[in-house]
Design a protein around this ligand. Sequence first.
Ligand code: TYM
Length: 332
Amino acid sequence: MGRILSGIQPTGNLHLGNYLGAIRNWVTLQNSHENLFCIVDLHALTTLPDPKDMQTWTREVTAAYIAAGINPDQSIIFVQSAVAAHSELAWIFSCLTPLGWLNRMTQFKDKTGKNSEQANLGLYAYPVLMAADILIYKATHVPVGEDQKQHLELARDIAGVFNRQYNVDYFHLPEFFSLKVAARVMSLRDGTSKMSKSDPSDYSRIHVMDDPDTIALKIRKAKTDPDPLASTPHAMENRPEALNLLGIYAALANISLEDACRMFEGASFSGLKQKLTDQLIATLDPIRKKMIDLLKESTYLDHILKEGSLKASEIATKNMNDIKNIVGFLKT
Ligand code: TYM
């Protein structure tokens, strides 16, 4: 049985991309693997959120995991900052990671643009911490959206450089895992850019907490083009908005993109939008309602996180002791 590790930043605006690209797949994998699902608050700190918001959002992500079907009796749900080994291993990895590797990270370049000189060191070193998150548990599979693939490749490179530096076979290379459909959900306002928490327009994304009226409105306003829908993805190559809406529909209806195209061939966008709205509400509304209930039970959520942190710490501390021994830290 493999071991899964994945995580989401508590930065608010949890959206459909986070659900389809990550959480939903975790629920499917839950029965066949040992699972650790983390709320990565150390990563969120790179954006310096208000401390009260960070607490609210940490509970909100926890509630979303549980409401979407992660079972806390079966999977370990925990907060990253509660397990010190993540930060300790990140430092060790920092000493092994060439700057050239970090300079290639596209997400850092996308986030900072021309202002990279002003960006904080945490944002730059972010993928090294992510490598530590994964490798401290010796995770075998990492289910994430397409946007995290490069970071996972870096984690694999770091595992390799550690093994070579210390002449050990300690870390095994974790595998990227994503479903083809909806591995990259795009903005509803611009089919060429990713649906993201930080887009200033709320209309660019569906929030997991949106009520049915809001979902219907956002889909009604979603950008389209003037042509009827075509029969294959290939025939819509230059129509990113059409492909995005069909991709979301396919993911929610558990069919392939090809089947979704065949289903809506020749239809107008309004037909697709109606069916898509129905699917979105059928999927997200039960999750939203459970989240509302869970968020009233903050003591319960905190208890889950505490139990989870204890279990995660047990695995992480044991591995960290091995790692400290390998790098030559004297046990005092
Ligand atoms: P974060 O919080 O940005 O996103 C959480 C998860 O949602 C996926 N995702 C998407 N998938 C499809 N389409 C989209 N538009 C979309 N937007 C986001 C992300 O791929 C991710 O799976 N660095 C990570 C968090 C992290 C992590 C880890 C993940 C930290 N340590 C260790 C796995 C393992 C991040 O920023 O996720």
